[in-house]
Design a binder for this molecule. Structure first.
Ligand SMILES: *Cc1c(COP(=O)(O)O)cnc(C)c1O
Length: 379
């Protein structure tokens, strides 16, 4: 049996008629940049996320840069973030001229550990940039508390977490991207809501910040050829918005399937005694509604297991093999190996299994059977 890590063609086969119709509408309209489809998508997602404003931009990476620019974060400022994320998170901080400051992660959720954030605050700290990794919200309540205590802004990297809900005891449930000052989303094709190319979105409840992001994405122009700020060209195009609007109507169903698949893995892995074999299963904390962008297990035998599964026709991925504080281009920040031990340990142990909505139960059974074979040494 073959189990690819991801199968975007299966999704397209089901939606092709609808998507092609929506694309044809755009092609025939002659309106390609920031038109009615983008506006509809922005309104639809503002409603879904429970925020006042969303602004469509060219990518998730740009969403992060524009959010930081809108806050005026730049030269001389520090931004506290996690070392265990996709490079774009820290790339955005550096691109606006600020300094990333890394806090270690909670080894159970892989998200930034709020307890270690407090110690990183200095007089230069301007913002905290938590990532809702793999589809589970970071522990926002204590982060927001630190932020309000030190008058810091909060930008959520929700690129992997569209639809995730954070609902710890005693607090009203809130969606990823609706808790900080600004939220950033990616429509990269492999994300839970993915386009047919690059795309991104910024969410916020703040009228002034929304207006600033709106201006910054079109070279800082409030009206044509009148530039109030120095911005960038980062617009979401109509073809992407058309695809995303079609796919959005399936998002809840896809999320439900991802969650069902995660639950099935949990059960199958427990049945083979995975925990006794030293495998750690994903843990959901703070009454999170996890949207399982990735289903990530941990084992010290990760590399051998991955090679074994590959030979058996099963695709897996490692997110992320090198924590950001140890990346060659960030050497100047002066971090040493051993300084952020949980992120470093995670980088050596994590393995993402196929989890997409179109995955069949038989495929999952096969994946878990092969994992059992590896650990029983029947290989
Ligand atoms: C995908 C991703 C991004 C960047 O999004 P792009 O649309 O690829 O630019 C940023 N942060 C995280 C955590 C991501 O997973």
């Amino acid at each position: 049996m073959k189990v690819p890590f991801l199968d975007l063609r299966a999704q397209y086969r089901r939606l092709s008629t609808e998507i092609e119709k929506a694309l044809r509408e755009v092609l025939e309209s002659g309106h390609f940049i920031l038109g009615p489809k983008v506006r509809t998508l922005e309104e639809t997602l503002a409603c879904y996320l429970g925020v006042k404003h969303t602004v469509g931009v060219a990518s998730g990476s740009d969403a992060l840069v524009l959010a930081l620019m809108a806050l005026g974060v730049g030269e001389g400022d520090e931004v506290i973030t996690t070392p265990f994320t996709f490079f774009a998170t820290v790339g955005a901080i550096l691109r606006v001229g600020a300094k990333p400051v890394f806090a270690d992660i909670d080894p159970e959720t892989f998200n930034i550990d709020p307890a270690t954030v407090k110690d990183r605050v200095t007089e230069r700290t301007r913002a905290i940039l938590p990532v809702h990794l793999f589809g589970q919200c970071a522990d926002m309540a204590p982060l927001l508390e630190v932020a309000s205590c030190w008058d810091l802004r909060v930008v959520e990297d929700a690129a992997q977490a569209i639809g995730a809900v954070y609902a710890p005891d005693g607090l009203p449930p809130r969606r990823a991207g609706g808790m900080g000052d600004l939220g950033c989303f990616s429509f990269y094709p492999t994300k839970n809501l993915g386009g047919a190319g690059d795309g991104g979105l910024v969410s916020t409840d703040d009228d002034v910040l929304a207006e600033r992001v709106r201006i910054l994405r079109v070279h800082g122009a409030k009206e044509k050829y009148l530039h109030e700020l120095v911005g960038v060209n980062s617009r979401l195009d109509e073809l992407q918005a058309a695809v995303l609007l079609v796919k959005f109507s399936y998002l809840e169903e896809w999320t439900r399937k991802r969650r069902e698949n995660a639950h099935r893995y949990d059960e199958l892995l427990r049945e083979i005694g995975a925990e006794e074999m030293g495998i750690k299963l994903p843990k959901v904390k703070y009454r999170n509604h996890h949207v399982f962008h990735q289903y990530v297990i941990r084992t010290p035998r990760r590399d051998d297991l991955r090679a074994f599964l590959w030979q058996r026709g099963i695709g897996t991925e490692v997110y992320y093999p090198i924590p950001l504080h140890l990346q060659p281009c960030l050497r100047h920040l002066g971090y040493r190996e051993g300084e952020l031990p949980e992120a470093e340990r995670a980088a050596g142990e994590v393995l993402a299994l196929p989890i997409y909505p179109e995955l069949h139960p038989e495929q999952q059974e096969y994946v878990v059977e092969q994992i059992a074979q590896f650990f029983r040494g029947i290989a």
